[in-house]
Design a protein around this ligand. Structure first.
Ligand SMILES: Cc1cc2nc3c(=O)[nH]c(=O)nc-3n(C[C@H](O)[C@H](O)[C@H](O)COP(=O)(O)OP(=O)(O)OC[C@H]3O[C@@H](n4cnc5c(N)ncnc54)[C@H](O)[C@@H]3O)c2cc1C
Length: 512
């Protein structure tokens, strides 16, 4: 795949194209490919660098995060009130966050769509109308069921514990082809087996004439008489990584796909959007328990994520099998010095069970001192209850699976050794601030709304404030989903791209 590297561009660039897409992640890649296939001249501008699988496969996990993730994977949501401190991960590379996913694929659950169509009035988003977009993307990115033979022992124990408590588990679907179970999906698949958009979508966009430029930071969107006209920004310097050589590009249609953390920042920097910009951010707070077994688990052997349960979906809790690189897990273990070494040595006997909350959306993204946004999050009372309930469920499943000790995601808490101890600890409900949480699915910071009062974009993806300016990424999803977000982002982006193409003559007239 030929990518134009912004770091190699030495003189200012100007050009005119039909469509500029800002961001090459799950949403941006899909839009770029669709419009290139329709014969439009398309340019994709991506702030991150381009790293093919053989390159990131050779990186240690921490190095991969420094190379492929925003803020080296150390971004966080500042907690307001009784809220956990949450790390928030996002990709910054060609392919965006899709390069870092566990590959897990879900469609938007029917009850979520029912809420969107009835309460929010987004009539077109019914399961039937979205199904063809999902089917198409699933084919494109090779969504397949994880075979039982690929389950790690950690996942098997999760399933066994759940079964003995009457909780059914199902096999996950992932976007993989030829997965060898390297169990390091979150750092880029070293075997090129995860069908992230840099592998499954962008090459086709380029084959249809799209230009993808890496290391190209878009700083403002140009608007004249209420119509988007293009973008300005700077290529990043090869030595310092700082913005350097300028570009000034004109387009008939501009599509923002910077992800939920950066789309609002770009809109605000450009003085665009409604009051909703940057508000209503949902995070799918995720957590895990570590379970110590007498026998070896070797949880790194097998697919990193292979099972889930929607048994508690009505209560806003989804159980998901998890694992990650032992070096990353070890950093989060309790204790210091000798105590910490003891836990690290027990790693082969540890399984990990995970869950996430279908949250209310108490997050906000604001511009502040640096390039990265200030993200704040206030967890609702309902979600705090869900969080504690989820921690309790995971702990009970671990004991039911035969765990000797369970490490709860509570900073400073000693491992518990019995169900009674677990229940007592959860019932005491220490401050939710002490819970160790992560977010991989920031959504909703430029949400879709049926009118200008209720959202930033129309159901078509065009912004209410500016003609010919579209948003097609996770920020338009109007609520959290309760399930992983990449497939929903891509299906929505495909729907938006089809709408742009269907109405292109109108956008040309508006741009004239
Ligand atoms: C570690 C991790 C694991 C995940 N696991 C899963 C999973 O298993 N299953 C699942 O469904 N989802 C998963 N997700 C979530 C999924 O990856 C995201 O929901 C999805 O990729 C979001 O797509 P997007 O287009 O909104 O943003 P992104 O894919 O994040 O793309 C945004 C792109 O825009 C670029 N950009 C931002 N600002 C600018 C600018 N001003 N100029 C130029 N470029 C810019 C960014 O660098 C980035 O590359 C995971 C995410 C992470 C981080």
């Amino acid at each position: 795949m030929t990518i134009l590297c912004g770091r190699d561009i030495a003189s200012p660039m100007s050009a005119t194209v039909d469509v500029i897409v800002i961001g090459s992640g799950a949403g941006g890649a899909v839009v770029a490919r669709e419009l290139a296939r329709a014969g439009r001249s398309v340019m994709v501008l991506e702030e991150g660098g381009y790293h093919p699988p053989k390159e990131y496969g050779a990186l240690t996990p921490s190095r991969a995060l420094r190379t492929l993730a925003r803020e080296a994977g150390l971004g966080l949501a500042v907690p307001l009130g009784d809220t956990p401190v949450m790390s928030v991960l996002a990709g910054k590379c060609v392919g965006g966050s899709s390069v870092l996913t566990g590959g897990v694929c879900f469609r938007i659950p029917d009850d979520v769509l029912h809420d969107w169509t009835t309460r929010l009035g987004l009539d077109g988003l019914t399961p039937d109308r979205l199904a063809p977009y999902f089917s198409e993307i699933e084919k494109d990115i090779s969504v397949e069921v994880v075979p039982e033979s690929m389950r790690s022992r950690s996942s098997e124990l999760f399933v066994e514990g759940a079964a003995s408590l009457g909780v059914p588990m199902k096999s996950l679907r992932r976007n993989t082809s030829g997965c060898k179970g390297a169990s390091r999906c979150n750092f880029g698949c070293p075997n090129g087996a995860k069908m992230s958009v840099d592998i499954a979508i962008l090459p086709d966009a380029i084959a249809h004439g799209a230009t993808v430029v890496s290391d190209a930071l878009v700083e403002t969107i140009d608007v004249e008489r209420g119509v988007a006209r293009g973008v300005r920004g700077r290529f990043l310097d090869a030595q310092t990584g700082e913005p350097s050589v300028a570009f000034n590009l004109r387009a008939r249609v501009v599509v923002v796909a910077c992800g939920s953390l950066h789309t609002p920042i770009l809109l605000k920097r450009s003085g665009l959007g409604t009051t909703h910009v940057g508000r209503h951010l949902t995070l799918h707070p995720a957590f895990r328990v570590g379970a110590l077994f007498d026998d070896r688990v070797d949880g790194w052997d097998g697919a990193m994520q292979s099972v889930y349960s929607d048994h508690f979906a009505e209560d806003g809790i989804t159980l998901v099998g998890v694992y990650t690189a032992p070096s990353i897990l070890a950093a989060a273990f309790p204790g210091v010095g000798r105590e910490h070494r003891k836990v690290v040595r027990s790693m082969p006997n540890l399984a990990f069970f995970g869950a996430m909350i279908h949250d209310d959306g108490g997050g906000r993204v604001r511009r502040w001192l640096s390039r990265e946004p200030l993200v704040t999050y206030r967890m609702s009372k309902r979600d705090r209850h869900r969080l504690w309930r989820g921690v309790g469920i995971l702990g009970e499943l671990a004991f039911a699976a035969g765990a000797r000790e369970v490490m709860l995601p509570i900073f400073g808490a000693e491992p518990v050794t019995s169900v009674q101890e677990l229940r007592a600890l959860v019932a005491r409900t220490p401050s939710t601030r002490k819970v160790e949480c992560m977010s991989f699915h920031p959504l909703g910071s430029a949400k879709m709304g049926k009118d200008e009062r209720s959202g930033v974009v129309k159901p078509s993806g065009e912004t209410w404030s500016t003609r010919n300016l579209f948003i097609a990424d996770g920020s338009v999803l109007p609520t959290s989903l309760g399930v992983n977000s990449q497939l929903p982002v891509m299906a929505m982006a495909l729907r938006i791209a089809r709408g742009i193409e269907a109405d292109f003559a109108r956008y040309l007239r508006q741009a004239a």
